[in-house]
Write a protein that binds this ligand. Sequence first.
Ligand code: HEC
Length: 109
Amino acid sequence: MKSRLVPVAGVLLLGAVPLAQAADLSKPNGEMLSHTCAACHGTYGHFDDDYMPPLAGMSEERFVDSMIAFRNGSRPASIMDRVAKAFTDEEIEAMAEFFAAQQDEEVTP
Ligand code: HEC
C-alpha cells in the first residue's frame, strides 16, 4: 500500500516557518488595554460630560497620578479604585501614553 504521508509532511514543514512580524507582546499595549475603558469613557477615551473629563488628550502625568491615587485609595472613587487595581505601573504608563496621543475631540466610532 502506498504511503499517504508524503504530502502531509510537506504541509507540516510549511507550518514550521517562524512567525515573523508577530506583534511585540513583551510590553503592555496601551491601545489594547484602553478597550477595557471604552464602556464608560468612550472609544479611545473620547467621551466627555459634566461629570468626567475625557481620557483622550489627558496629560500623561495627570493620567498616571489619577490611576495611582485610585489604586492606593488616596483618591475617593465609586468604581475606579477597583478598575485601577487591575493594572501594573507599566500598564498604566502604556495607557497614559496612548490616551495622551489621542485628539481631545468627540469622535463617532
Ligand atoms: C464601569 C465604568 C468605568 C470603567 C470601565 C472605567 N472607568 Fe475610569 N472612571 C469611571 C468613573 C465613574 C470615574 C469617576 C471616579 C469614580 O467615581 O470612580 C472615572 C474616572 C477616571 C479617571 C479620572 C479622570 C479625572 O477626572 O482626572 C481616569 C484617569 C480613569 N477613570 C481612567 C480609566 C481607565 C484607564 C480605564 C480602563 C482601564 C477606566 N477608567 C475604566 C468609570 C469607569
